[in-house]
Ligand binder design. Structure first.
Ligand code: SF4
Length: 381
């Protein structure tokens, strides 16, 4: 007998044997079923046309739909009461039929360097993370795309969590709004950049990630520039090609961390099925379709991928498509033994690449005094 619980409601599954994968599938179906039957639909799952259709059927004028839509995506309303240019009757009508499942800040950590990490609570009580990373010339939001992650990268705290579900577009949008408010509140600065480098693999939640970017960049939404958005992937070759086919306008980063298959397989199991050769082919295709220069992210782990031979392999890899390389300082996690390379090794590594004409940025670790590594705060919860 397997008992599954969601929001205080339990169901018994009298299967003789429920193996862990079966359990996961059963729970996901049960939660979806409960969400559909006991919880009002989130109005943000409706398109403008669908809101209009609903209002007209309810005897309202069609143009009200545009007002509701603006409140949701431009003014980031989290309740119907806020929609002050709608009549009280209409606001009541909406709240009787829909919810707005806005995410909430569950916990916030502020680093001495200004970095703000938030654990966000979702409507079904799952926890995800988002980070504000302030710098002299930019305010960057790092957002999550899934609850947990299925890719089990060995250096990443999120990789040690179960993937529970994809985030919907509004849950991604909400992270940006919260972090934008933190940039304004703490620094009196607008949010300038967004990176999809938080929990989850964005290309395994493809449709919702692209939809969220539509809400973030649309003039009817937050009106931010696509070129200020970077989606970072562990490397799903098929979906990188799809980004090319969809001719996306945002930037793409590949979390590379090793430029030979043997080493990459050790730290990123996804590489076993999406080899470097497959990735090169997909990246060439992406570049051909979009003309957008790639970014390769490379964490220098002590005594693992920090030799000059590693630098040479990275250089060879980078030559296939116009690109730049971000060398990222590592935030160690308790689940793994990796540590950061030494400063003089980093300098030699960077110099080797720069001498070959490669554009290299070194991204220093931020929020060292808080749980800033991806998944670190959520895993505690
Ligand atoms: S690094 Fe990214 S893809 Fe890999 S486990 Fe962590 S969240 Fe998932």
């Amino acid at each position: 007998m397997t008992v599954i619980e969601f929001n205080g409601i339990t169901k018994n599954f009298s299967l003789l044997a429920v193996t862990p994968p079966c359990y996961t599938v059963l729970r996901e179906r049960f939660v979806n079923c409960m969400m559909n039957s006991t919880v009002k639909k989130d109005i943000r799952k409706l398109s403008l046309d669908e809101i209009k259709e609903f209002l007209v059927k309810g005897g309202e004028q069609g143009f009200r739909a545009k007002q509701v839509y603006e409140w949701l995506w431009k003014k980031s309303a989290i309740s119907f009461e806020q929609m002050s240019n709608l009549s009280v009757a209409l606001r009541n009508f909406l709240s009787e039929n829909f919810s707005i499942n806005a995410i909430q800040i569950d916990q916030k950590q502020e680093s001495a360097d200004g970095t703000v990490k938030s654990a966000f609570r979702l409507f079904d009580n799952n926890i995800i993370e988002g980070v504000l990373i302030p710098a002299d010339d930019r305010m960057t939001a790092c957002v999550s795309s899934q609850v947990g992650c299925s890719l089990t990268c060995k250096f990443c705290a999120t990789g040690y969590m179960e993937r529970k579900r994809n985030l919907d577009p509004a849950e991604i949008y909400d992270q940006v709004v919260h972090i934008r408010n933190q940039a304004a509140g703490n620094f009196n600065q607008p949010l300038t950049n967004i990176v999809f480098m938080g929990m989850g693999e964005p290309l395994l939640n493809y449709a919702n990630v692209l939809k969220s970017i539509e809400y973030i960049t649309s003039p009817d939404g937050l009106n931010m520039a696509s070129k200020r958005i970077t989606v970072s992937t562990a490397g799903i070759a098929k979906m990188i090609k799809k980004l090319g086919d969809d001719e996306v306008k945002f930037n793409l980063a590949l979390s590379l961390h090793a430029a030979n298959d043997e080493k990459r397989n050790q730290i990123m199991p996804i590489n076993e099925t999406n080899t470097l050769e497959a990735l090169i082919e997909a990246l060439k295709y992406f570049y051909m379709k979009t003309g957008t220069r790639l970014t390769y992210e490379y964490i220098l782990f002590y005594n693992f991928n920090d030799s000059l031979e590693d630098a040479r392999e990275l250089y060879e890899f980078s030559r296939h498509v116009p690109s730049k390389i971000n060398i990222i300082e590592y935030n160690p996690i308790s689940e793994a033994d990796f540590i950061n390379t030494k400063e003089n090794t980093l300098v030699k590594f960077r110099n080797f690449l720069e001498d070959k004409g490669v554009v290299v940025n070194v991204r220093r670790s931020r929020g060292k005094d808080i749980d800033a590594a991806c998944g670190q705060l959520a895993i505690k919860k």
